[in-house]
Design a protein around this ligand. Structure first.
Ligand code: F6P
Length: 525
């Protein structure tokens, strides 16, 4: 009942809010900037250009408290069963818990399990980086081909790109995800098999794309180095040890993924084994330290001063009360070009759901459509619509304070463009004279996240920020952000269609699919 009255209060506040220009909110409330900005570990978050005022924020905070938001975070950190449909914990924070601090899973001490996994990963990465772990013919390993998809791909791919400045000389990573054979063929092309390790990353060790590509890589090794080579050159990262062993991978070369960590929350684990080996010693640990610092910030601060939770409240407000159905992610850093794709999976696979965790239909929506690309490129692509399109789309601007490239001219230009875009979206501009097409309505909301720099620490903090923000929106909507039943039907139907295509036999298919199958069959004859 109380919940309903807060929701109707939020709806009323949203109608009032729609009336006035965003920029006047600063004049109405001298404390606005302080109220809506947070210095968190590794980054400064400015929510003051969001279309939310003190009254709406107060109601959102009340709502968060009725939903038990902070209690949920405490349960998650304690390893309680917060993933109800799969009856599991969601203990991704354990993967970055500083050494020495205890880790529990539903009351059980799992510190040793986590520490052992981390030690095994570090030892392997060090050996590879230092040239102590050699290929079957005694050659130093120069290339790692990382095979995986979804959460077993997007995180490590992002880390590899983002942390180029921290790469150790010697090892290059290549990523393969797609079932299109071009992906694995391109990755293996030009690789020296004697100097190449293949890491197959799959929690289930049964994902169609990953297994098809793993078979190609195994055949390639056998063809060039003989039938014993895969045992030395292929590494598995999985929670399905039996399937890895059946594939011919020894227990020593198998690294764990835990049941209680979801794929899209797993980049902190052995999933990033190849990345760790390709980075300078200590860089991966710094990434974990940044995430752990953000975890403490999320767990210890009241929501009003808590960057990720506050952000989650504002996104919930944008989606459900201001009716904003999309959200753009625009990092002003070329090395963060993969961030929008990573966040698409994190946010949309976690929160693209219509049922609450208790099975009832959700009355609120936890996920807008996420899209984006790097600034300034985005300004010359979809920003026209952000400035003048029919529907306001909130933007996350992400920039780095320090300059990694030692090119102050470029760096200031990047930051100036980023600040200019968020300001222009907010203030708008009237049409001059008889040129109505030059009118900018303004009042278009954005968040700015200023990372201290593109360091492993700040990156770890940024990614943990988004994880906690995602979970916050799920809790406010009552949905489970840790399962992904929505991808299963597509997998089942793909199996049926492939069988039908191979036979070929179109019985039981709908007319559109039959026509498409016939076209494919006729063309391939
Ligand atoms: O199909 C979706 C999904 O299950 C994701 O959740 C996961 O990240 C990806 O596939 C890969 O799964 P796996 O690591 O088991 O190969």
């Amino acid at each position: 009942m109380r919940e309903n009255s807060i929701i109707s209060k939020l709806s009323d506040l949203a109608s009032d809010m729609s009336a006035g220009p965003l920029v006047t909110l600063f004049e109405d409330d001298p404390d606005r900037l302080a109220r809506l900005s947070v210095q968190a570990p590794g980054l400064y978050a400015d929510f003051s250009k969001q279309k939310v005022d003190a009254k709406a924020l107060g109601a959102l905070l009340q709502y968060a408290s009725t939903c038990g938001l902070q209690e949920f975070f405490a349960d998650m950190a304690a390893g309680k069963t917060v993933n109800l449909s799969e009856r599991r914990a969601a203990q991704h924070m354990a993967l970055r818990t500083p050494a020495g601090a205890p880790i529990t899973l539903d009351g059980r001490d799992i510190t040793k399990t986590v520490t052992q996994a981390r030690d095994k990963m570090r030892a392997f990465a060090n050996q590879l980086r230092d040239g102590k772990r050699l290929g079957a013919t005694g050659r130093t390993i120069r290339t790692i081909v990382h095979i995986g998809i979804g959460g077993s791909d997007l995180g490590p791919r992002l880390l590899d790109q983002a942390l180029k400045r921290y790469a150790a000389p010697g090892i290059t990573l290549r990523f393969v995800a797609n079932l299109d054979a071009a992906d694995i063929n391109d990755a293996l092309s030009g690789c020296d098999p004697e100097a190449t390790f293949v890491i197959v990353v799959s929690k289930t060790f049964s994902t169609r794309e990953t297994m098809a590509n793993a078979h190609v890589a195994r055949n390639w090794l056998v063809q060039h180095l003989g039938k014993n080579a895969p045992a030395e050159h292929i590494i598995a990262v999985t929670s399905n040890d039996n399937a890895a062993s059946a594939f011919g991978i020894a227990a020593d070369n198998t690294f764990p993924m835990f049941d209680w960590v979801g794929g899209r929350y797993s980049l902190w684990s052995s999933v990033s084994l190849g990345v760790m080996a390709s980075l300078k010693d200590g860089a991966f640990e710094e990434l974990l330290a940044g995430a752990a610092a953000m975890d403490r910030h999320a767990l210890d601060n009241p929501i009003a001063q808590n960057a990720p939770l506050l952000s989650g409240l504002i996104q919930f407000w944008n989606r459900n009360f201001l009716d904003m159905t999309a959200r753009a992610i625009v990092p002003y850093a070329v090395r963060l070009a993969s961030l929008p794709a990573y966040l698409q999976q994190l946010i949309m696979e976690s929160n693209g759901k219509t049922q609450r965790a208790d099975g009832a239909p959700a009355s609120h929506c936890a996920s807008p459509v996420i899209f984006g690309t790097q600034g300034t490129n985005a300004q010359h692509a979809f920003f026209q619509q952000l400035h003048q399109g029919t529907d306001p789309i909130p933007v996350d601007f992400i920039g780095c304070i320090s300059d990694q490239e030692s090119n102050p001219g470029h760096h200031k230009g990047m930051l100036a463009n980023m600040l200019a875009q968020s300001r222009a979206l907010m203030i708008g501009a009237p049409a001059p004279g008889d040129a109505p097409h030059k009118a900018f309505g303004g009042s278009r909301p954005s968040t700015t996240l200023l990372m201290e720099g593109l360091s492993p620490f700040s990156l770890g903090a940024l990614l943990a920020f988004y994880e906690h923000e995602t979970v916050t929106q799920a809790v406010l909507c009552g949905i489970n952000p840790f399962d992904q039943w929505g991808v299963e039907l597509g997998k089942d139907v793909a199996r049926d269609v492939q069988t039908a295509l191979e036979k070929p036999d179109t019985r039981g298919m709908d007319p559109s699919t039959v026509a498409l199958m016939n076209k494919i069959a006729n063309t391939n004859e």
